[in-house]
Design a protein around this ligand. Structure first.
Ligand SMILES: [Zn+2]
Length: 210
């Protein structure tokens, strides 16, 4: 793999244009996440960008884009990262999407760093990442598909249907409504509170959109 900036790798066959676009995507993602949180506090993750299926099969396995916080092997992949890594098959994301996907995954990096060893529900994690990264595109995704995030199996709902993006967008609407109602400092406090050992729903309260 070829390093295009510190800890960021592409396949050696990536064109100069692709390398430039990816460098810009990485810089843009850091700007986006920093703007949302006020400060980027997590150690910068390694990033591995694939363009071919062979690269994807070796590094990423089943996913197109994912943040892997620990150094484990992804499902159906061969590679073991050994450090927090964002993996993206950028050729799976057309146009602007590959840039926005980096911001989505980098949001996971910062969010997880802030809540640390505490637990947050998957819908909340994906809602924040979708909201901040502005990906997946939610412009035409307005229907609710999950009756109640508190009791639904989020991953199963996403995996089980063609409505994965719509469910992410429902999660993004919920988190956005919560931030609008409570303010950004409360979100920062919520994540710190979870890190300190408090239960997520004790701090979050009732869902806004239910
Ligand atoms: Zn995500």
């Amino acid at each position: 793999m070829l390093a295009i900036c510190d800890g960021v790798y592409v396949e050696p066959t990536a064109t100069a244009d692709d390398q430039l676009a990816l460098r810009q995507s990485v810089a843009g993602a850091y700007t986006t996440v920093t703007k949302f949180y006020g400060e980027f506090t997590a150690p910068h993750p390694q990033m591995i960008f694939c363009q071919t299926q062979a690269c994807r099969a070796y590094f990423i396995g089943s996913y197109a884009g994912v943040y892997s916080p620990l150094g484990f092997k992804l499902p159906n992949a061969t590679y073991t990262a050994g450090k927090p890594t964002i993996f993206i098959t950028y050729t799976s994301f057309v146009g602007q999407a590959h840039s926005l996907t980096v911001a989505h995954e980098l949001t996971h990096t910062e969010t997880l760093y802030r809540y640390g060893g505490g637990g947050v529900p998957s819908w909340f994690n994906e809602g924040i990442a979708t909201l901040v990264g502005n990906y997946p595109d939610c412009t035409s995704q307005t229907a609710n598909y999950v009756a109640d995030f508190r009791t639904a199996d989020f991953e199963a709902a996403v995996a089980d249907s063609s409505k994965g993006d719509a469910i992410y967008c429902q999660a993004a609407r919920e988190t956005n409504a919560w931030i609008t109602a409570n303010g950004k400092p409360k979100l920062i406090d919520l994540l710190a509170g979870v890190k300190a050992g408090n239960q997520f729903y004790t701090l979050y309260g009732n869902l806004i959109n239910h």
